[in-house]
Design a protein around this ligand. Structure first.
Ligand SMILES: O=C[C@H](O)COP(=O)(O)O
Length: 234
């Protein structure tokens, strides 16, 4: 299980890397759950991480706009992201998910076929009128994406575990794997959830709030990254 930590600036990226994050996921929490950061921030984090860990970059909680999404994806990939992560917030059907992801995959893989695309849905999809994450693995696989993920859309402290039980999450992981995708789980993961995650064994867990001391608007702290990492290595 790899630990993905979401820094929003260089200081946090240094803390995440020093704490043992396996993937640095550049994002901008001021612009939403999967808010996009600036190309120059992605570039600086990619320079810091080169040869050490891969870099992911979020491109936003997107409306159903495949053209806009493909251009944002190209921006993130050409700024140095190894993983380009799209939040499919405005996507409501499987056909829309596939169309959106095909555009993103083409933009990223035309630049560099080794780069990976992460399709992120939301465990609290009913709160925001988005597509069920259970429908994403098939669409992501059909579109040629590499990773399927769930996060929470609304960052009000309610974790993914409030919206998906252990069985739902196990089914989501199984669906992802049977579609040849890696699976990432995120959404206000706290220390009490780590035991369940150790049982579930997703490929990646994504965190921010827990390594900021509980408030994701605060800063990533190296010692908390160390603490999460060692809890996962038990
Ligand atoms: O990709 C993971 C997210 O940054 C999770 O953030 P969070 O732990 O604050 O919900």
């Amino acid at each position: 299980m790899r630990l993905l930590v979401s820094p929003m600036n260089m200081e946090e990226a240094h803390a995440a890397l020093a704490g043992g994050a396996d993937i640095l996921d550049v994002k901008n929490p001021k612009e939403g759950s999967l808010g996009a950061n600036f190309p120059w921030v992605i570039r600086s984090v990619a320079d810091l991480a080169r040869g050490k860990v891969p870099v992911s970059a979020t491109i936003g909680d997107m409306e159903f706009k495949p053209g806009t999404a493909s251009l944002a994806a190209l921006g993130a990939a050409s700024s140095g992201a190894d993983y380009v992560k799209a939040g499919l917030l405005g996507v409501k059907t499987c056909d829309q998910a596939e169309e959106m992801l095909k555009a993103i995959v083409r933009a990223v893989k035309d630049l560099d076929p080794k780069k990976k695309v992460v399709a992120s849905g939301y465990s609290d999809y009913l709160r925001v009128g988005s597509i069920s994450p259970m429908l994403l693995p098939a669409a992501a696989s059909e579109a040629g994406a590499d990773v399927v993920m769930v996060d929470t859309a609304i960052k009000d402290g309610k974790p993914t575990f409030d919206f998906m039980g252990e069985k739902d999450l196990a089914d989501f992981i199984e669906l992802g794997h049977s579609n040849d995708l890696e699976v990432a789980l995120a959404g206000s993961i706290g220390f009490p959830h780590l035991e369940t995650l150790l049982r579930l064994q997703p490929d990646i867990i994504g965190v921010r709030g827990i390594v900021c001391g509980g408030d994701r608007r605060s800063a990533v702290k190296e010692e908390l990254v160390v603490k999460v990492k060692s809890a996962l290595e038990r």
